[in-house]
Design a protein around this ligand. Structure first.
Ligand SMILES: CC(C)(COP(=O)(O)OP(=O)(O)OC[C@H]1O[C@@H](n2cnc3c(N)ncnc32)[C@H](O)[C@@H]1OP(=O)(O)O)[C@@H](O)C(=O)NCCC(=O)NCCS
Length: 187
């Protein structure tokens, strides 16, 4: 995507109405039908190389092992076949996600998603998933796939509640030989 992805949340009484908007050089337009959500305001922006230190820190906090290095993140942030999103709170990056797209493939690959431990459970991860799924649909993808450690109960429950299903067990998938699980959400 060429522009930033922004979610504009408008609170009405006790529920919030979300409109999915894309910022492009020509301006704003709505690509999603407004739907009811009860979450705080989260403005999603495109993460860039300027966010490298913040993303590296989130990787370190989010993953005890197998976190992506600064060099890897720097490379991916500069690639056209990757989309990176962030949510800032008080001027700091509280959460980020990165998706890889492959030419000729209708699957987006959720490469990483992390919310700062102190910001978890407040809807940031969900907002990032909504944004990347919206972009996947806009790109003509019919699914998002991801791999997660089999012992990462929090993340697996998070994905299951958001429509992802387990499709494959991956023995020895991680560098410490821990098993992984492949999960997919079809649109
Ligand atoms: C998975 C993760 C990205 C979710 O982000 P988040 O901002 O907490 O997500 P949300 O607030 O939108 O939703 C979190 C859900 O899990 C629960 N949850 C997530 N983390 C939690 C925590 N630390 N404590 C309690 N509940 C938690 C919330 O109650 C919420 O429940 P719901 O599904 O019934 O709504 C986050 O837990 C994280 O960064 N984990 C470490 C990195 C990681 O494992 N990433 C995934 C690798 S594949």
């Amino acid at each position: 995507m060429n522009g930033s992805v922004l979610f504009a949340w408008e609170k009405r009484k006790t529920v919030a109405i979300v409109r999915i908007c894309i910022v492009r050089p020509c301006g704003w337009y709505t690509i999603g039908t407004p739907k009811k959500l009860s979450m705080p305001d989260h403005q999603i922006q495109t993460a860039t190389a300027a966010d490298l230190d913040a993303l590296e820190e989130l990787e370190r906090l989010g993953f005890p092992l197998d976190q992506y290095s600064k060099e890897r993140l720097k490379y991916l942030l500069s690639q056209a076949n990757a989309s990176s999103y962030k949510i800032e709170e008080d001027g700091k990056v509280s959460a980020y996600a990165m998706v890889l797209w492959r030419k000729g493939s209708r699957a987006g690959h959720l490469y990483s998603i992390v919310t700062h431990p102190e910001a978890q459970g407040r809807g940031l991860g969900s907002a990032l998933l909504d944004a990347l799924e919206a972009e996947a649909k806009e790109r003509g993808c019919d699914r998002i796939r991801l791999e997660v450690r089999a012992d990462n109960d929090t993340a697996i429950a998070f994905y299951l509640r958001r429509g992802y299903v387990r499709v494959k067990e991956l023995p020895g998938f991680y560098t410490d030989d821990a098993p992984g699980v492949r999960m997919v959400k079809r649109f």
